[in-house]
Design a binder for this molecule. Sequence first.
Ligand code: GUN
Length: 303
Amino acid sequence: MAARIIDGAAVARDIRAEAAAEVAQLRAEGTVPGLAVVLVGNDPASEVYVRSKTRACHEAGMHSRLVQLPAQSTADELFGTIDGLNADPGIHGMLVQLPLPPHLNPKLFLERVSPAKDVDGFHPMNVGRAFVGDPNGFVPATPEGIMELLRRERIDTHGKHAVIVGRSLIVSKPLASLLMAPGPNATVTLCHRHTADLAQHTRMADILVVAVGKPGLITGDMVKPGAAVFDVGVTRVDDPAAPKGYLIRGDVDFDAVSQVASAITPVPGGVGPMTIAMLLRNTITAARRAHDRTHRRTPAVAR
Ligand code: GUN
């Protein structure tokens, strides 16, 4: 039987509508949530991403600022930009778009972003908070988007076996923490490029998440019948017959796996749209926290 196709674009639209309502509430209280996106250089894929992020902010009634720096910018110039945004009260969330040009070590700059404005959830403080289950930090948008799809699509995780292929800090590691936490209560296996006999693991998955960027890695015979499959891969594959000369392909062989799985996210239109929706939500959370800190009536010493 063919799998149910999880319409991430539709779920993301719902979340963005909810976000717009929260923005309207914050605006009524005197705070306009603001997101700054720092882009260094002219990577075409990054330019597309940041345009989508700033457009989504405007659609939700938020303020957004795109700071574009030349590819040859120095580390000090980028530090200066981040410091300026950290100090700007009109900016509640900030992200430094990755990848950076090769002469700039991303770790240094992700650590420079104030943890209170780190809506990407990449600062070690927020990585640690996510790991210990502290809700006062920020969780990266893609794993949070997958958790939201699981909730809204009513896919049961309790006692289920979730297998994640990939070990990135952006997707797989935080997702493993979220899935195994009290509440979702999944049993998690994390696989990566050195895993022996990958198919042996993926075939045991009730929930299979693939985030490695290898088009078509997961074939039909690697999936347990009835599994829910989440494809995070986004790779441009040349195709002269396609209108743009390329197609976007996921890590999962969609045609074959959709005959085996019970539910599956398409690429594009599955996990991808959720990431921007969750970024908006993180930015609104940052703005709400800043607003409440500013307007708190109880003096700090009395608490
Ligand atoms: N590049 C690709 N995805 C992301 C993301 O989620 N955040 C940042 N900062 N850069 C990216």
